[in-house]
Design a protein around this ligand. Structure first.
Ligand code: ZN
Ligand code: ZN
Length: 321
C-alpha cells in the first residue's frame, strides 16, 4: 500500500508510491552531449569568461576557479530593501551576486571523480565566498547549490557549482528555521540533532563516519534522496574544522559514487547553511537525484509522489540490494 508521509518538522508531504516501485537499474538515465571543444569552462578559454574572482592553483595550473556568472540572476545594483505597495505588490531589486565555481580543470570529471582533498578545497572556497559575500549588509542569504545534468538544470556540462547571494531568506530555509525553532522552544534541543540520532540506526541509515551521518529522509521527495549531516551541532559550513571538512568531503564522494552505479544520474546538491550560530539550525547537504518528473499533482498539491521508498533507497546505498 502506498503511504502518505510528512517531513520530520516542516509541513511538507509526500506519497511513497512503493506499488510503482522500480529497482535502481530500471531508471533510464540520459546520455548527454559533453563536448570539451566548445566549453568555455575549460583551461585555455579563460578569456571567454568574466575576469575571475579567485582560484585554487596546483603548480602553474588552476584546479578550481571562481567567476561571476555571465548571465546573473542577481546584480549588486538597485534597491535591496523589500517594499510593499498597495497591499499586494511586494518587491525589491534582485540584489546580490551570482558566482560560478568551476569544480575542476578536467572536462568530463564530475564531483564524485575528484579526490576527497579536492572536494574539501571546493567546500573551503564556499566558506571563503560566504564570508566575503555576507559582509554586504544588503545580502540576507547565500545559496550554494550544484546542478548536474540537463534535467537537473545544468546548461553547461563542465562540472561547476553556483553561489547566489541575495536580499532575501528563501522560504524553504525560513520554513526549516521556523519549524526547528518551534521544536527547540518545546524540547530545548536541536530537532536535527534528534533526527540524526534516530536515523543513524534506522532502516534509512546510509553511512556513518567519525564526523558525519547520512540517511535517506523519512519523507524523501526524490528516489534515492540523501541528507548528509555533520555530527557536531553547527549551523553553517564555515564552522566545520579541517578534519570534519575532509570527512564530510569523503562522505559526499562516497554517496555520489554509489549513485553513479544507476547510470548518469542528473542531480542537485543543496547546501543548507546559516551564518549565525543558531542553536536550532543544523548545517546539512541535501542530495537530490532527478530521476522523476514533477507533474500536475505535485504542482496542484505540493505533495510529491516518490516511487522509491527511502527504506529501499537506503538498502541500495548500503549495498544490500
Ligand atoms: Zn570544459
Ligand atoms: Zn543540531
Amino acid at each position: 500500500m502506498n503511504e502518505l508521509r510528512k517531513d520530520y518538522i516542516t509541513d511538507k508531504w509526500v506519497i511513497i508510491a512503493s506499488e510503482r516501485s522500480k529497482r535502481p537499474h530500471e531508471f533510464k538515465t540520459p546520455k548527454e552531449e559533453n563536448n570539451a571543444q566548445k566549453c568555455f569552462f575549460c583551461p585555455g578559454k579563460e578569456h571567454m569568461t568574466p575576469p575571475e574572482i579567485c582560484k585554487v592553483e596546483k603548480g602553474s595550473k588552476w584546479i578550481i576557479r571562481v567567476i561571476p556568472n555571465k548571465f546573473p540572476a542577481v546584480t549588486p545594483k538597485g534597491i535591496a530593501d523589500i517594499k510593499t505597495d498597495n497591499t499586494f505588490y511586494t518587491y525589491a531589486s534582485a540584489y546580490g551576486r551570482h558566482e560560478i565555481v568551476i569544480d575542476t580543470n578536467e572536462h568530463g570529471k564530475e564531483l564524485e571523480d575528484l579526490t576527497e582533498r579536492h572536494i574539501k578545497k571546493i567546500l573551503e572556497i564556499f566558506v571563503q565566498r560566504i564570508d566575503v559575500l555576507m559582509k554586504d549588509s544588503q545580502i540576507d542569504y547565500v545559496s550554494i547549490f550544484k546542478n548536474k545534468g540537463k534535467s537537473a538544470g545544468a546548461s553547461i556540462a563542465h562540472a561547476h557549482s553556483q553561489i547566489i547571494a541575495y536580499n532575501n531568506i528563501p522560504s524553504a530555509i525560513k520554513n526549516e528555521l521556523e519549524s526547528s525553532y518551534r521544536y527547540y522552544v518545546l524540547n530545548k534541543k536541536c530537532a536535527f540533532c534528534d533526527i540524526i540520532s534516530k536515523e543513524k540506526n534506522s532502516h534509512r541509515r546510509v553511512l556513518e563516519t567519525k564526523d558525519t551521518v547520512a540517511f535517506t529522509p523519512y519523507a524523501s521527495r526524490f528516489p534515492f534522496e540523501v541528507w548528509l549531516f555533520p555530527k557536531r551541532h553547527i549551523a553553517g559550513i564555515g564552522e566545520l574544522n579541517e578534519d570534519e571538512l575532509l570527512d564530510f568531503s569523503a562522505s559526499l564522494k562516497k554517496i555520489l559514487t554509489k549513485l553513479k552505479e544507476i547510470g548518469n544520474v542528473p542531480y542537485n546538491i543543496l547546501f543548507h547553511s546559516m551564518t549565525d550560530n543558531s542553536k536550532n539550525f543544523h548545517f546539512h547537504v541535501e542530495i537530490l537525484p532527478r530521476l522523476t518528473v514533477w507533474a500536475g499533482f505535485e504542482l496542484e498539491t505540493g505533495t510529491i509522489i516518490n516511487p522509491v521508498s527511502p527504506e529501499d533507497a537506503a538498502k541500495f546505498y548500503r549495498n544490500e540490494m
